[in-house]
Design a protein around this ligand. Structure first.
Ligand SMILES: Cc1cc2nc3c(=O)[nH]c(=O)nc-3n(C[C@H](O)[C@H](O)[C@H](O)COP(=O)(O)OP(=O)(O)OC[C@H]3O[C@@H](n4cnc5c(N)ncnc54)[C@H](O)[C@@H]3O)c2cc1C
Length: 387
């Protein structure tokens, strides 16, 4: 007779810090922690970091970052982090043109570049690994088990279990840590999720980052972002429900207008509802998109993901060194980003309220354009009507 030996439950693997997601936020956080000798593991759902891109692939240079956000001009570590190697910079983006429904446009300066997110995210991940962080790919967080003694156990798609001292939610737009913890959507998770579609295209590509407003993307915008000779990232996003299930069809139509050949197509969500109310939740911290740190007026979020990843790491280091509360993270975020992101949110709300239909959009933009109103909205300055 065979005797079954009772299975002993496998002991969870413990790390000082576990980060969910190897986006720019997660890998920047991991690098900052690992450089201080802290034991950090990233759990990443994707098999290949950065793939698919789910991005317009406009990556800001340091000049753009300090032109938008506050109090970080002297932050040497961040400054160095934004000093990207030339091989990542496929196309310099020095100018942005914003097109009205009539085809008239306003242009202004930009300090960014078009790159491949696959390459960019891979570069940031390599830096984290070089610093000593561990990354497990092809493994998704699926459940957070609350134990009676108050500890939490992370369960993953590979049936692994993990425990941690600190948990970072770098899982992007849908904020999976807060979702799996069953936290209130209104207070703990990013909101106003805007559906987007994007494509890699080839054809006669402009030199500038072009944005198109009006019925092409109601309550949103379409973009063409050059990322090398004859190659661009083209996409559009429209407030939830405005295009129903037709976001991809609308993008295909948009590409056809320019005779672009579509090489690949994808979709993603951009949380445009502004900063999450509770980013620090016990011993966990939400960063990047999971904390709602996207600029609602233009959808950009790479720089905020990297900055918040760095701030989260510094708050953990301060907590370990001198017991400073993790809520210090929120203070750092507020002093750097609260005002620009609030301005950006107001601009977006103004756009939602006023830019209804091509005629009204044209009239409003013709009033705002010459006095710098469009530029202010894109750069997260205070909207003109509030000055
Ligand atoms: C279509 C589109 C265009 C955009 N264009 C631009 C742009 O041009 N410039 C710009 O600055 N910003 C742009 N953004 C926003 C930008 O992509 C994000 O703000 C940025 O990637 C946020 O970084 P993050 O690290 O917070 O999250 P992400 O980059 O989203 O990374 C999250 C990671 O977590 C992983 N993950 C998710 N769930 C789990 C789980 N359960 N377990 C394990 N891992 C998980 C994901 O696979 C992903 O790798 C765009 C967004 C979209 C959708």
């Amino acid at each position: 007779m065979e005797v079954e030996t009772p299975r002993t439950p496998s002991k969870p693997e413990h790390h000082q810090v576990i980060i969910i997601g190897a986006g720019p936020g997660g890998t920047t956080c991991a690098r900052r922690l690992a450089e201080k000798g802290i034991d950090v593991l990233i759990i990443e759902r994707r098999d290949v970091i950065g793939n698919p891109a789910q991005c317009g692939e406009c990556i800001p240079n340091w000049g753009e970052v300090i032109g938008t956000f506050r109090g970080i001009d002297d932050h040497d570590w961040l400054k160095k982090s934004f000093d990207f190697p030339d091989y990542l910079k496929n196309h310099h983006l020095d100018n942005m043109r914003v097109f009205l429904p009539s085809g008239k446009h306003y242009s202004f300066k930009l300090d960014a570049f078009g790159g491949h997110r696959l390459q960019f995210d891979g570069y940031l991940a390599d830096l984290a690994v070089e610093a000593g962080a561990k990354i497990k790919t092809g493994e998704a967080l699926t459940k957070i088990q609350q134990k009676k003694d108050g500890t939490e156990v992370l369960h993953t798609s590979l049936r692994n279990k993990y425990t941690f001292d600190y948990l970072i939610d770098g899982s992007g737009a849908l904020g999976h840590v807060a979702r799996l913890r069953g936290r209130d959507e209104k207070t703990h998770r990013p909101s106003d999720q805007v559906p987007t579609a994007y494509a890699q295209v080839t054809g006669n590509i402009p030199e500038t980052f072009d944005v198109f407003l009006g019925s092409v993307a109601p309550m949103g915008y379409a973009w063409i972002i050059p990322k090398g000779p004859n190659l661009a990232n083209v996409g559009l996003g429209s407030r939830g429900g405005k295009l129903g299930d037709n976001v991809k069809e609308k993008l295909i139509e948009f590409c056809a207008q320019f005779d672009f050949e579509i090489l690949s197509i994808g979709g993603g969500w951009i949380p445009m509802g502004g900063m999450v109310k509770h980013m620090v939740d016990g011993n966990s911290i939400a960063i990047g998109d999971a904390a709602g740190l996207v600029m609602p007026s233009n959808g950009g979020g790479i720089s905020q993901a990297m900055i918040s990843g760095c701030f989260a790491a510094e708050s953990i280091i301060e907590n370990l060194d001198n017991n400073s509360p993790l809520t210090g993270y929120r203070k750092k975020i507020d002093s750097c980003m609260k005002a620009p992101l609030r301005n950006s949110l107001r601009s977006k709300e103004m756009g939602y309220a006023l830019m209804r239909g091509n005629l009204l959009t044209e009239i409003i933009l013709r009033i705002l354009g010459p006095i710098g109103g469009i530029k202010r909205a894109m750069e997260c300055h205070r909207p003109l009507w509030l000055l």
